[in-house]
Design a protein around this ligand. Sequence first.
Ligand SMILES: NC(=O)c1ccc[n+]([C@@H]2O[C@H](COP(=O)([O-])OP(=O)(O)OC[C@H]3O[C@@H](n4cnc5c(N)ncnc54)[C@H](O)[C@@H]3O)[C@@H](O)[C@H]2O)c1
Length: 337
Amino acid sequence: MKWCVIGAGGIADRRAIPGILKDVGSQLVAVMDRVAETAETIGKKYGVPYFTDEAEMLSSVDCDAVYIGTPVFCHYDQATTALRYGKHVFLEKPVAMNAEEGAKLVQAFKDAGKQIAIGYMMKYHNLHEKAKEIVQTGGIGKVCDVRAQFTCWYPEIKGAWRQKKSLGGGGALMDLGVHCIELIEFLLDEEIEKTQGYCVNRTFSYEVEDGAVFVFQTKSGALGHVDVHFNVPDAVSESKLELYGNSGCILCTGTLGQEETGVMRYTYAPQGEYSATQNRMVAKPQEFFGEKSDLYCKQLRDFRENVERGTLDYFYADRAVQVQKTVDELYRQNENK
Ligand SMILES: NC(=O)c1ccc[n+]([C@@H]2O[C@H](COP(=O)([O-])OP(=O)(O)OC[C@H]3O[C@@H](n4cnc5c(N)ncnc54)[C@H](O)[C@@H]3O)[C@@H](O)[C@H]2O)c1
């Protein structure tokens, strides 16, 4: 698969391009960035032609697929442009500024018979795959409660697109919360149906929220809670993902993020009779560790293999739109706060 990249400077250079280069079936053929200096630096770094205009790149370079790693407000237009040139698109998360825009985009790819996928790479983490297998085979019984916490330190930065609603679509919820929602829906294999939450600025005074907390209920009735923050120092950020069922639990620490790290503790401890002593945490968990392979390579390889098999699959693209519906609802609830 010959890849062009739009928005070469940020996550593309740090993660996606190295992922493309590690995949034996993929090849980087050109890069584009709106900032000329970035386009040139990245083009020279990887030894490929570089451009500052996506249409110019797509009309002059032979490629099969386009990776788009630009700010959220660019996603819809640039993915649509790539589709006009007949390309498959791997688009960074979130799919678009809102669910309506995302749904329109995914529909356009379905109509044209081209693949689109969204960069929710955390489901490719070996521990999350293992957690899903445990949950889906009844290993913790009926899921009662799910929790996710994902934070980083993101202070005011002049001109940062993520700190402006019109460019990023939102703050901590739009940037970090979407990963949690997508992963939870992947693990449970069902959608969040109802949600209630708060978006606030507790530490920073930029336009978008620096923290969000929400509770939810899934279609089958599992409850959950997500908290995401831009105002917790990186040095003390240790992500949490916890699933409790009526026969056991899965507790992940440090598995949310860009690397396949962390640990998962799985405990199976079904209980029959009520016990007045309520002995807690006496069951011994099984421990599993991250593989430290490359999540970005895995997700791009999966995308390539789908295209090559001719099995265009919109399941996760549709889910990315569903994720956005939950986010839209939470922003609607917080409109006037
Ligand atoms: N999946 C992940 O792990 C992950 C991590 C970080 C960012 N992201 C997503 O990737 C996207 C980019 O985020 P980032 O952190 O890399 O941002 P960034 O600002 O660091 O990098 C974006 C790059 O795009 C370029 N750019 C800006 N506007 C452009 C345009 N109109 N056309 C072409 N290039 C343009 C910028 O010059 C820059 O080089 C966002 O959607 C973000 O949510 C995903």
